[in-house]
Design a protein around this ligand. Sequence first.
Ligand code: PSU
Ligand code: MN
Length: 310
Amino acid sequence: MTTTATPHSMLALSDEVAAALRDGAPVVALESTIISHGMPYPRNVEMAVEVEGIVRDGGAVPATIAVLDGVPRIGLSRDELEVLASHGDVAKVSLRDLPYIIATRAHGATTVAATMRLAALAGIRVFVTGGLGGVHRGAETTFDISADLTELGQTDVAVVSAGVKSILDIGLTLESLETLGVPVVGFGTNEFPSFYSRTSGHRAPMRVDSVEQLAAMMRAKWDLGLAGGISIANPVPVDDEIPADVIGALIEQALGECGQRGIHGKDITPFLLGRIVELSGGRSLETNIALVRSNARLGAALAVAWGQVS
Ligand code: PSU
Ligand code: MN
């Protein structure tokens, strides 16, 4: 059975991605906020190019997603990646920002939420990122809860991440995902990973050890009409991990500074990521890149497995 939906007419697909979707070949979506707001230049563009290569080596076509001059693009050229990575005026675009960025013909780098939606509109079902947004610490007073969660609750895309950073409240994030009906799967682990670390102090609600089982979950969920995504948490490789107590102290410091400086809303996550890179002397950046590589390998394998059952 082949499920080739026609991509939405407002999207601009690269020739390679358009051909792959037409042929029912494996495609992996990649987000762009991680490039523009998640890592410093030029490591960000080097990472983006390298990760696309890893997806290709894994037998799938990479589709990095962003809005350029107001056009949602599915699959970017090297030059377009460079613009996202280095251009000073690229907005961080979550779901609510899409209409404005399109109408004003601006550049926007898409978050997990916005990337999921554009991927689904293109007909892509597997998406690789670094870390998910979630419920921020103190959300009981700030209401700061990422639209990544509500999007996972309604859009049919499997999202591979390295879990949730402890800049967020991991326990509340997992509770919210349960409420939203989102399966949260530990890949080869009983413990839910916390991005830089393989541990978090929270159990993964379910565990799967093969991409064939993940693809079977996707098939079962969507055949049942259970709308929404699946969160696949892939722990950072052992050799690249930063132990939870080491990174925890740096996160506390960065969070304190965030409060003192009055940074809030969509600026919080980029500020914290940048500050943690500085405080760790660059070590967190290496870990971040390593986990995205690892997620790209898993995502490509999953897209191939999905192709067998879709
Ligand atoms: N977490 C990371 N790296 C990132 C992000 C989150 O470890 O780059 C980005 C993702 O694009 C995610 C977004 O979707 O931040 C969440 O932002 P907010 O909390 O403002 O929803
Ligand atoms: Mn937020």
